[in-house]
Design a protein. Structure first.
Length: 303
């Protein structure tokens, strides 16, 4: 089963310090994010003359703001990623699959992507309702992020158009895919196990049975533009933090296992791709089983 939530510090002084630092960081990040929203809106004037320049401007803004999120944790709080697995190259186009435990997962990715010079090139599958939310929701409207309603019939044509723009304008990309579709909870694990039993699938203890349609469509549409699929597995220490706990500086160490699969080695037909993703989540479940027993992933090479 997934780790329990990260407990609050026992010390009242530590909790107060976290509240103050978290409030200052939140105020800075939100105010600058709204300012960037205004700049993104102004960048629409550039799009009339040069769609590529419009995308470069918005990529720069994402690089700066998401980079601040990573730097805040690394420099102010000393948060460290303990890497294991494959050493992936910098500035490579990739589809990224990972386990999803909390919103703090996203901040882990900011630090990893920054180290590989791709933090401004992250593209997320975003819930459609978020495009009405100031800040992050508005910002990603300008970044070729696919907004989805979790209805594949309704989403398919729209996602295809987003991918076509990525190809047309040769957009550098890490396409982030939370294939589980939701954050892991004990009750969701139980429902996932029931689904697996009813459909003859492997039982998973720490992750959910992945939804494969979005991943299959991504690989088939972006093959030729994408160099690899990165399989990331996040392991927290002492408990799974909320985003607010991360901002307050309670997370000092996170383990991240990286496995790189060259796109040329993936199957091409839909059924085989679906099976390939299922296999990766079975491996991910075994990795987490090892991690929870040993507090480290089984390899320790630097990524």
């Amino acid at each position: 089963m997934p780790l329990k939530p990260l407990p609050e510090p026992a010390s009242r002084l530590a909790r107060l310090k976290g509240l103050v630092s978290g409030s200052i960081a939140s105020a800075f990040l939100f105010s600058t994010l709204i300012a960037f929203n205004l700049l993104q809106t102004a960048s629409l004037a550039i799009k009339l003359f040069s769609p590529k320049a419009f995308r470069r401007a918005n990529q720069w803004m994402a690089k700066v703001w998401w980079g601040w999120c990573a730097l805040g944790a690394e420099k102010l709080y000393g948060t460290t990623l303990i890497m294991s697995g494959d050493n992936v190259p910098k500035r490579e186009n990739a589809i990224v699959i990972l386990n999803h435990q909390e919103m703090a997962d996203i901040t882990v990715i900011f630090s990893f992507a920054r180290s590989k010079e791709r933090v401004g090139d992250l593209k997320w599958f975003v819930k459609d309702v978020l495009k009405y939310v100031p800040g992050i929701g508005w910002g990603m409207l300008f970044l070729d992020c696919p907004y989805v309603k979790r209805d594949w019939t309704a989403d398919r044509n729209y996602i295809h158009r987003v991918f076509q723009n990525i190809l047309k304008y040769d957009v550098p990309v890490w396409l982030m895919t939370f294939a589980e579709g939701t954050r892991v909870r004990p009750e969701k694990i139980a429902r996932s196990q029931d689904y697996a039993e009813n459909h003859g699938l492997a039982q998973l203890k720490h992750v959910l049975v992945p939804r494969t349609k979005g991943f299959v469509a991504s690989v088939q549409s972006l093959r030729g533009h994408i160099d690899a699929v990165y399989d990331l597995t996040i392991g927290y220490v002492d408990g799974v933090p909320t985003l607010w706990q991360w901002i307050k500086g309670y997370v000092r160490r996170v383990h991240l296992n990286v496995r790189r699969h060259a796109i040329d080695g993936l199957p091409e037909d839909s059924e085989a791709l679906s099976g390939w993703l299922m296999k990766r989540f079975q491996e991910k479940d075994q990795l987490l089983d090892y991690y929870y027993s040993n507090r480290a992933f089984p390899t320790a090479s630097s990524a």
